[in-house]
Design a protein around this ligand. Structure first.
Ligand code: GDP
Length: 526
């Protein structure tokens, strides 16, 4: 196999407003993929301007789409998977994480761990991928850094190892101390750059730094560092690799402070493309034949093409434009002639790509989430991409019952591309279809697309559930002891697995207590 530059493929997980767009922009900037600030934002607005198919998107001024960005740095090819985060938070956001080899957890220093971060973190934990933490906005008043580390442990249950340590915050933010390099990086307000002075060399006090920081801050820093050295979790590569310990970096994306050194550490420590489980065992990136899986399908990004784009993560081998591959689920052979790569601004045609890379394939309706593509006569399939618990549920039916054919076609295609999940009530004959989505916007998009693409007006009747739990164990549905009076409902998912919909966490706790012999899990993972 031709050698490729080493790959690093990751996603940024964060709560809206923590600074993901800003950080992404700076990373792309260091990689030379963009030249001016504001391009990532303008990418969002450009997409809005061109995707006329979704009026909702324009009306709300948000982007329903998300993409992949590639840049080079220090000999690495870096792929950032963009995870939609605002009102367009959806199952896509979770699924994207199944294509990443590591995650960068971005935290607002003043706010700490926020709800969306917790949800995304859980998916990363389930996959046991390494998580790197960037605590952002240190140029603003922040929580106490030790309290932030405690929060990581208490709320997320992950231990942390600070790679650098902040000196003050807000107007008093002076910079960070890099623990490995044993030097201070000084921050100057109003200056987007860094000024580095070595400090504490050979344990001697460094007069220059002392002078710059002032005696008091200097002594405080020294104390902090001594405390971390004695009481903090030591750097442990194995724990980091297994997602049990997160290296923590403090910085300020907006002022570009700490971003480049973060990138350098990240590239050094983050894993390359990981092997993936298939029904025939692990497939390693060194396996010499091309293989990959579809983790996301996006409809009609370009109004000129009414078709969809399937995003494929390459697991092994080398992709060459025009190659013919096998679509394992259907046994069809498919020529991959127009694959796309998603750079910051434009879509480019990819000529070749390697394990860790993401390519976009034009999809006339062939692909479903989790589909495997392989080169030659291989026949393995990668493990399914799980479903994640929706949070909003509604009964759905076609207003015009004569349109049931179109209705079912639309339901099938939209669930295959992962836009919504559906469940059926167990009662045979009198089946009720229930839609489940992670964000309200997905329901609106569903309604809109059913009308515009399938010509069906649907009626949605909201249900009061907020959780879906897959039932693992050997109980039949009627044997489950669940809270009555609307607090729960037993259903099947599209693949026929047993699921309970629950009103709230109270109903979930009840279910767990009353049914100790089964497990209630929040994803369909086996
Ligand atoms: P996203 O929603 O996570 O993509 O967040 P954005 O990147 O859009 O940032 C949200 C807001 O925080 C914007 O107004 C940014 O300018 C601001 N912001 C991002 N990073 C920093 C930072 O390091 N310091 C300060 N003071 N503001 C920041």
């Amino acid at each position: 196999m031709a050698t490729a530059r080493p790959r690093k493929t990751f996603a940024i997980i964060s709560h809206p407003d923590a600074g993901k767009t800003t950080l992404t922009e700076k990373l792309l900037y260091f990689g030379g993929a963009i030249h001016t600030a504001g391009m990532v934002k303008s990418r969002k607005s450009k997409l809005q301007a061109t995707s006329d198919w979704m009026e909702i998107e324009k009306q709300r001024g948000i982007s329903v789409t998300s993409s992949v960005m590639q840049f080079s740095y220090n000999g690495y090819a870096v792929n950032i998977l963009d995870t939609p985060g605002h009102q367009d938070f959806s199952e896509d956001t979770y699924r994207t994480l199944t294509a990443a080899d590591s995650a960068v957890m971005l935290i607002d220093a003043a706010k700490g761990v926020e709800p969306q971060t917790i949800k995304l973190f859980e998916v990363c934990r389930m996959r046991k991928i390494p998580i790197f933490t960037f605590i952002n906005k240190m140029d603003r008043e922040s929580k106490d850094p030790l309290a932030l580390l405690e929060e990581l442990e208490e709320v997320l249950g992950i231990r942390s190892c600070p790679m650098n340590w902040p000196i003050g915050s807000g107007i008093d933010f002076k910079g960070v101390y890099d623990r490995e390099r044993q030097q201070v990086e000084l921050f100057k307000h109003g200056e987007k750059g860094r000024h580095i002075f070595p400090v504490f060399q050979e344990g001697k006090s460094n007069e220059k730094v002392k002078e710059l920081l002032g005696e008091e801050r200097y002594m405080k820093l020294k104390e902090d560092i001594e405390l971390l050295d004695i009481a903090g979790d030591p750097f442990d590569r194995e724990k980091i690799d297994n997602g049990l310990l997160t290296p923590v970096f403090f910085g300020s994306a907006l002022t570009n402070f700490g971003v480049e050194s973060f990138l350098e550490y990240f590239l050094r420590l983050a894993p390359g493309p990981a092997p993936r489980m298939s029904d025939k065992g692990l497939i390693s990136p060194e396996h010499n034949k091309f293989s990959g899986f579809v983790f996301k399908i996006q409809a009609n990004m370009n109004p000129a093409h009414r078709d969809r784009i399937a995003f494929l993560r390459i697991v092994s081998g080398k992709f060459i434009r025009g190659m013919t591959v096998q679509h394992v689920r259907t046994g069809k052979r498919i020529k991959l002639s127009q694959p796309q790569q998603f750079l910051a601004q434009e879509r480019n045609i990819v000529e070749e790509a390697y394990p860790g890379d993401i390519i976009g394939l034009f999809d006339p309706g062939t692909f479903g989430i989790g589909d495997t593509l392989v080169e030659g006569n291989q026949t393995f399939s990668f493990a399914d991409i799980p479903h994640f618990s929706p949070e909003i549920f509604a009964k759905v039916r076609a207003k015009d019952t004569m349109k049931y054919k179109q209705f079912h076609k639309g339901m099938q295609q939209l669930t295959e591309e992962g836009a919504v999940q559906y469940f059926t009530t167990a009662a045979p004959g009198a089946e009720t279809l229930i839609l489940g989505v992670v964000g309200q916007l997905q329901l609106e998009v569903f309604e809109y697309r059913m009308r515009n693409e399938y010509g069906v007006d649907v009626e949605l009747q909201p249900l009061g559930f907020t959780l879906a739990r897959w039932v693992k164990g050997n109980k039949k549905e009627h044997e489950l002891n669940l809270i009555q009076y609307g607090g729960s409902l037993v259903v099947r998912d599209r693949e026929g697995r047993l699921v309970v919909l629950l009103e709230n966490e109270f109903a979930e706790r009840w279910a767990k207590e009353k049914n100790p012999d089964v497990e209630f899990v929040s994803t369909s993972y086996e």
